[in-house]
Design a protein around this ligand. Structure first.
Ligand code: AMP
Length: 190
């Protein structure tokens, strides 16, 4: 099964993706994690994306599409992937559909995590204090939320049109959200 965890920054995509990996043995493909690894390795690409990520904006489509393309074999081998933080633009969504189609595969479901803005700010501020991730500071978070609303939320009608969208209440405890995702996945035919 290929699924997309969809939602604004701080909605719990990464946390829930890791739980699904543990439960189902799927592969988590997080473009944010891949980009942070490139920055940590001080690679040429890492140097290009570092200031963009620090500002809270989106990195160019061709960079993240390339990162995902490199991991598709691994996803195939695992029998499916959890896309976490990708796609974030229509161009990325179309590229993903194309890559999967070329492999005789497709996105089976898009799980949208619903969390209100006040709770997002509270969570990301908490994460900033605990983990010190620079783009979690409240000012940059506002830019990231703006990017989500302007560039990523418009993907909702795209997946709605494909009848793949399932909304899950993301405001509860980690366990409650996991349970809601599990029951949403039970209704998915692959
Ligand atoms: P995340 O860890 O998913 O919140 O991503 C952290 C940052 O990495 C984002 O604010 C963007 O700057 C960048 N990023 C991650 N994934 C993407 C993507 N699919 N498209 C563009 N930028 C991305």
């Amino acid at each position: 099964m290929n699924l997309i965890l969809f939602g604004p920054p701080g909605s719990g995509k990464g946390t829930q993706a890791k739980r699904l990996v543990d439960e189902r043995g799927m592969v988590q493909l997080s473009t944010g994690d891949m980009l942070r690894a490139a920055i940590a390795a001080d690679s040429p690409m890492g140097r290009i994306v570092a200031p963009i990520m620090a500002s809270g904006g989106l990195v160019p489509d061709e960079i993240v599409i390339g990162l995902i393309a490199e991991r598709m074999d691994e996803a195939d081998a695992a029998g499916g992937a959890i896309f976490d933080g990708f796609p974030r633009t229509l161009a990325q969504a179309e590229a993903l559909d194309g890559m999967l189609k070329g492999r005789g595969s497709r996105i089976d479901v898009v799980i949208r995590l619903l969390v209100d803005d006040a709770a997002l700010l509270e969570r990301v501020t908490g994460r900033f204090e605990q983990q010190g991730r620079p783009d979690d500071n409240p000012e940059t978070f506002k830019t990231r939320l703006g990017a989500y609303n302007a560039q990523t939320a418009p993907l909702l009608p795209y997946y709605e049109g494909q009848e793949k969208l399932k909304a899950v209440d993301g405001m509860g405890s980690m366990e409650a959200v996991s349970a809601a995702i599990r029951s949403a996945l039970e209704t998915v035919r692959t």
